[in-house]
Design a protein around this ligand. Structure first.
Ligand SMILES: Nc1ncnc2c1ncn2[C@@H]1O[C@H](COP(=O)(O)OP(=O)(O)OP(=O)(O)O)[C@@H](O)[C@H]1O
Ligand SMILES: [Mg+2]
Length: 360
């Protein structure tokens, strides 16, 4: 899969943009706050319908405007696709593939697979569980429509159940309805637990070798799934905790509390890893993502590297750039200096200045 070109209108700081990418390595360079990341954000939206920063549509439309557009031209197995995204301030976004409107975001997922790598991703191991869950969810939603469906339902039910828990305070008669929510929660939640389990084992098959190489053969990395509750105990624990949930006015049990641990040579590096160890493991995780898409989606993803090279030492930089291989890559950076000593080939260079992109 490659992105041939991208057109933006009234998106972030772009009034109008038309940029044609090379199928190899593309560099976007420019000073801070000029609009480099905004381009990657637009691509990410075309892939997942969401912003990588979780920004709302109304915030990504150019200041002072009511609507914005993202148009992406793709090529996949010699077939061309056009993805139109119409962002509206007060309505949900409209999406069309080759001029045909789609009704659900799920219809878009899987068409354009991207792997987005930003400096914040390097903290995924040391940060809290919610970010690790987010990583797994974003990845699985891209790769598995069924997971997306289950997760959406699960999240909705948790919200509705939490609302009910608040209402129970004024209206204790409603307590019987809690059991109805609970059985639905278990039904969708169990599917999430099951899929996360499989995902972690798929990831382990890939990450072990990558991390071993990346750490100079010193480290053996294993990811462990830590479900907050097992499928077997789910129903029992949920009903056991009903009184507590009513008191706390929130749902305390379920996969929305899951975590994933990263074990290096038998040590949990979430807690005991050095900063460098944590960052290397995070890099391994990102590189595994590329392989996962290749393996599960049978597609070559587009790699988006947002200002991440300057965060890595030259060994890891080289490893990253060498392992990109033949996938299309779009790299943002502030200067071109960091590439001078690198052996890899740059196919196209753009300068970004105040919402205007110029090919160099
Ligand atoms: N909705 C919007 N409308 C207009 N401009 C916006 C909007 N949202 C953000 N911006 C502007 O976009 C610019 C930031 O763009 P971006 O994050 O792409 O910068 P960058 O080139 O990646 O910078 P850095 O090197 O610091 O990461 C800021 O100047 C910001 O004010
Ligand atoms: Mg940026």
């Amino acid at each position: 899969m490659i992105i041939k070109s991208l057109e933006l209108a009234d998106f972030r700081n772009y009034e109008n943009l038309n940029i044609e990418f090379d199928k190899g390595t593309n560099i976007l360079y420019g000073d801070n706050a000029q609009g480099k990341t905004n381009i990657l954000e637009a691509i990410y939206l075309s892939s997942t319908t969401k912003s990588h920063k979780s920004s709302k549509d109304q915030d990504i439309i150019r200041f002072g405007f009511e609507e914005g557009h993202i148009r992406t031209y793709l090529e996949k197995e010699d077939v061309e696709y056009k993805v139109d995204m119409h962002l509206r301030k007060s309505k949900s976004k409209g999406i069309a593939i080759n001029g045909q409107k789609i009704k659900k975001a799920a219809e878009l997922l899987g068409l354009l697979n991207v792997v987005f790598f930003s400096p914040e991703d390097l903290s995924i191991i040391k940060n809290g569980p919610s970010e690790r869950r987010r990583f797994v969810d974003m990845e699985l939603c891209q790769l598995d429509n069924f997971y997306l469906y289950n997760l959406n339902h699960y999240n909705k039910i948790v919200n509705q159940r939490n609302k009910l828990l608040k209402d129970l305070f004024m209206n204790p008669d409603l307590k019987d309805t809690l059991n109805i929510w609970d059985s639905q929660l278990v039904s969708f939640g169990s599917k999430i637990i099951e899929r996360r389990q499989v995902f972690v084992s798929q990831l382990n098959e890939i990450i072990f070798d990558i991390h071993k190489k990346l750490s100079g053969e010193k480290e053996e990395l294993i990811i462990k799934y830590e479900p907050h509750v097992t499928i077997e105990d789910y129903e029992k624990k949920l009903s056991m905790n009903q009184e507590k949930d009513i008191r706390l006015k929130q749902t305390s049990t379920g996969p929305h509390r899951d975590d994933f641990s990263f074990i290096v040579n038998d040590v949990d590096i979430r807690k005991f890893g050095s900063q460098g160890q944590q960052r290397t493991a995070a890099l391994s995780l990102k590189l595994s993502e590329i392989e996962l898409v290749k393996k599960i989606a049978k597609d070559t993803p587009v790699l988006l590297l947002d200002d991440v090279l300057s965060e890595l030492d030259s060994n890891r930089q080289n490893y990253l750039l060498n392992s990109i291989g033949d996938i299309q890559t779009i790299i943002t950076c502030t200067g071109l200096d960091e590439f001078v000593n690198n052996r890899f080939e740059i196919n196209r260079v753009f300068n970004v200045q105040n919402g205007v992109v110029e090919r160099k």
